[in-house]
Design a protein around this ligand. Structure first.
Ligand code: HPA
Length: 234
């Protein structure tokens, strides 16, 4: 047990999928894993361990934003030995060519600040995905016929952004989408020599104003879970 995770030693798999929403973790575990067992419920943050194609997998909520994700990922890596960590979440589209429902594989995650800012101070570290996971996820998405973009994303600290000029600069510099967790995940994976990737579904669009109808969210989320699982065990 750690401060925020109630699982006993050995109850968390080396491969961990991280949706922001704990109820998405529950849905994904019930839908895609065999023999899923709940291994955490501290503060309502649900985690489940089961198997997918015979491989042990944990699906655990990260919460919203980098400070929350940082707590769970630190404990998953340092206390439970997680080796491969894949965020599965939603993002806002930032380019016209990126449509609602499309999948984005985050090659890099630009950011203004993360919980790791205290280490880097004035140095701009470049958080980036694990190449083997990125390559396998791109292959899995292509095989499924899911429209997919690979490139840079923006990990913001705010959903209700009072600096729309920053979003405009991100769009101007080719950033595909905005979310709130991937940069810290990539930094922690780099620090502890683990593999990490963020697989994202575009749920809304900052340029076109389009939004994914709630009835469609589940299906899009399912594609993302399958892409993440196939990448993890490729
Ligand atoms: N901003 C930040 N995070 C998000 C968004 C957004 O527009 N959409 C989904 N996650």
């Amino acid at each position: 047990m750690t401060i925020h995770i109630g699982a006993r030693p050995g109850e968390i798999a080396e491969t961990v999928l991280l949706p922001g929403d704990p109820y998405r973790a529950k849905w994904a575990a019930e839908t895609f894993l065999k023999d899923a067992v709940q291994i955490n419920q501290v503060r309502g943050m649900l985690g489940f361990t089961g198997t997918w194609n015979g491989n042990r997998v944990t699906i655990h909520g990260s919460g919203m934003g980098m400070p929350s994700l940082s707590i769970y990922v630190n404990e998953l890596i340092r206390d439970y030995g997680a080796q491969t960590l894949i965020r599965i979440g939603s993002c806002g589209g930032m380019q016209e060519k990126v449509k609602v429902r499309d999948v984005i594989l985050a090659m890099t995650a630009s950011t203004l600040s993360t919980p790791s800012r205290g280490i880097f101070r004035d140095l701009n570290f470049a958080p980036s995905a694990d190449w083997s996971l990125l390559r396998a996820a791109a292959a899995a998405a292509e095989a499924k016929g899911v429209p997919t973009h690979v490139g840079g994303i923006y990990s913001s600290d705010v959903f209700y952004d009072e600096r729309p000029d920053l979003n405009e600069q991100m769009t101007r510099h080719g950033i595909l989408g905005v979310e709130m967790e991937a940069a810290e995940l990539y930094i922690l994976a780099a620090r502890y020599a683990r593999r990490a990737l963020a697989v994202l579904t575009v749920s809304d669009h900052l340029v076109t104003g389009e939004a994914l109808p709630s009835a469609d969210r589940e299906r899009s989320f399912g594609d993302m879970v399958e892409i993440a699982l196939e990448a993890a065990f490729a």
